[in-house]
Write a new protein. Structure first.
Length: 491
């Protein structure tokens, strides 16, 4: 019985055991584990810093530079990267046997996922930090993740309160989108952090330090901006994944207006905004080599920021205020039309009433059939809309991933030295074919930014039904085609 004396609505039978979060996000966890295994496998075979290009000074050609120059960093990276790789493989195997009632397997899977992410963090820190600034920044920002994991662990062990998210089904699809986006951001920022734009010095000529990033010496401020933005996006994505897997910490908070699912929902979107901003900032700092390209990317960033804030404002304002205004305006017009009909059509009113009565009696018999048909059509439309949403977010995320990597590592490679009027780390294509490089850069940047806009647009169901999303997708694909044509054509 409810507080008002009425029976609560819904089935009275014993409720079914809820599926674990791991089972609900099974396919996305499998994608995450697969991509992490892929990037850690590649990083284990091609360690950051490169290999020696000659046999002298006690080393052999092909030996790892990092092993000789920073031995402890090499060991840390190797073991953390290997741990992340092995944990990802085991996670893939566990996901194959996981079902909705496998609570012990779900707990083991959660432990392995945490171990996987911790290994990824350790490998990123050991492989990307080259000086005091990068070491301190990565240590501070990753300490936040470690602190959250520690708190979540103690809450998970000692808390007896099992919270429930009353809007779980409503937000489940949004969580799947965030999981997919965070997965791709983690993988591309991990690769970019270990292999920064500009490459590494392969020799110690002219005072260079072997295995140090070229960009760090030529433009230290740009390198620091890239590192900060890339690392911020990486850590924010890790926090998103951890938040999606761990509901109990937020749901165990004391009851008030800002606790429970709302805090978790707010934290997820704050972190995803930080991750997107970090991704855009890292792209701008790592890909721009000249003033005009920098200006172009900054303008595109302004467009993205403006669009995100505009969408948030419209989404928050229209449902609460404009709906009431539209309803009042509609009622005003209805009353006005009724008054005009009463003044000008008195003689025909009785005939119209009789016709309406007959029509209403006919509609009464057909109402259930029409209602069922309308409900079926709405269900089919919503299902088709959800499928389109999933396909669009997958396509946009893939395009954002490949354009991000292509912007940091442009076609044609990079100059390895400072001879003949060019700088080490600059794109070779910019020197040999400047027009082609600019076409590639502008097209690639447009596709990258359009992908981020599409990712934010699919969060709104209403925008999926409009032509704005189609226009953004066309810009995305045309930019991708233009970048491919300019970057791959030799003549």
């Amino acid at each position: 019985m409810g507080p008002d004396g009425k029976k609560p609505s819904g089935p009275s039978s014993t409720p079914s055991v809820p599926s674990s979060t791991e089972y609900q996000l099974k396919k996305y966890l499998l994608l995450l584990a697969t991509l992490v295994a892929t990037v850690t496998y590649a990083a284990g075979l091609n360690l950051p810093g490169g290999v020696w290009q000659d046999t002298k000074d006690g080393h052999l050609v092909g030996d790892l530079i990092l092993h000789d120059t920073h031995y402890h960093r090499y060991l840390t990276f190797y073991y953390c990267n290997a741990t992340a790789f092995a944990a990802s493989v085991v996670v893939c195997l566990l996901l194959l046997i996981l079902d909705s009632e496998s609570k012990p397997w779900a707990a083991a899977l959660r432990v392995l996922m945490v171990l996987d992410l911790l290994g990824l963090m350790g490998a990123y820190a050991a492989g990307s930090c080259r000086d005091a600034f990068t070491t301190i920044y990565s240590s501070v920002i990753m300490s936040a993740v470690l602190a959250y994991i520690a708190i979540a662990f103690f809450v998970y062990v000692f808390s007896k309160k099992q919270g429930e998210d009353s809007e779980k089904h409503k937000r489940e699809d949004q969580h799947e989108v965030l999981m997919l986006l965070a997965t791709f951001v983690v993988t591309i920022t991990y690769v970019a952090g270990l292999n920064p734009p500009g490459g590494f010095w392969s020799n110690s000529q002219d005072g260079h330090r072997v295995s140090n990033p070229v960009l760090q010496e030529h433009n230290s401020s740009r390198y620091q901006a890239f590192f900060v933005c890339n690392t911020t996006a990486f850590v924010s994505s890790l926090l998103i994944i951890i938040l999606l897997l761990d509901k109990k910490l937020i749901l165990s908070l004391p009851a008030n207006k800002l606790s429970g699912p709302f805090v978790r929902f707010l934290a997820l979107y704050v972190f995803i905004i930080i991750a997107l901003f970090g991704l855009v900032g890292a792209y701008a700092a790592g890909s721009c080599r000249e003033l005009d390209t920098t200006t172009y990317v900054v303008c595109l960033i302004g467009v993205v920021l403006g669009y995100i804030f505009l969408q948030v404002a419209i989404t928050k304002a229209i449902p609460e205020n404009a709906t009431g205004w539209l309803k009042n305006i509609k009622e005003l017009f209805v009353e006005s039309s009724r008054g005009n009909e009463a003044l000008g059509k008195d003689e025909a009113s009785e005939a119209m009433e009789r016709a309406k009565t007959n029509e209403a009696s006919k509609r009464t018999n057909k109402a259930p059939v029409k209602a069922n048909a309308k409900e079926s059509r709405n269900s089919q439309a919503n299902e088709a809309l959800e499928k389109a949403r999933n396909l669009v977010i997958l396509l946009a995320t893939l395009v954002a991933s490949i354009t991000y990597q292509a912007g940091l590592d442009p076609p044609g490679g990079l100059w390895p030295d400072d001879q003949d009027g060019h700088k080490g780390g600059d794109p070779i294509l910019l020197t040999t074919h400047p027009t082609r490089y600019k076409v590639f850069f502008y097209s690639n940047s447009a596709a990258f930014v359009a992908s981020l806009i599409v990712i934010t647009m699919v969060q709104s169901s209403s925008l999926l039904k409009r032509h704005t999303l189609e226009a953004a997708m066309l810009l995305d694909l045309f930019g991708l085609i233009g970048a491919y044509a300019a970057g791959s054509a030799e003549m």
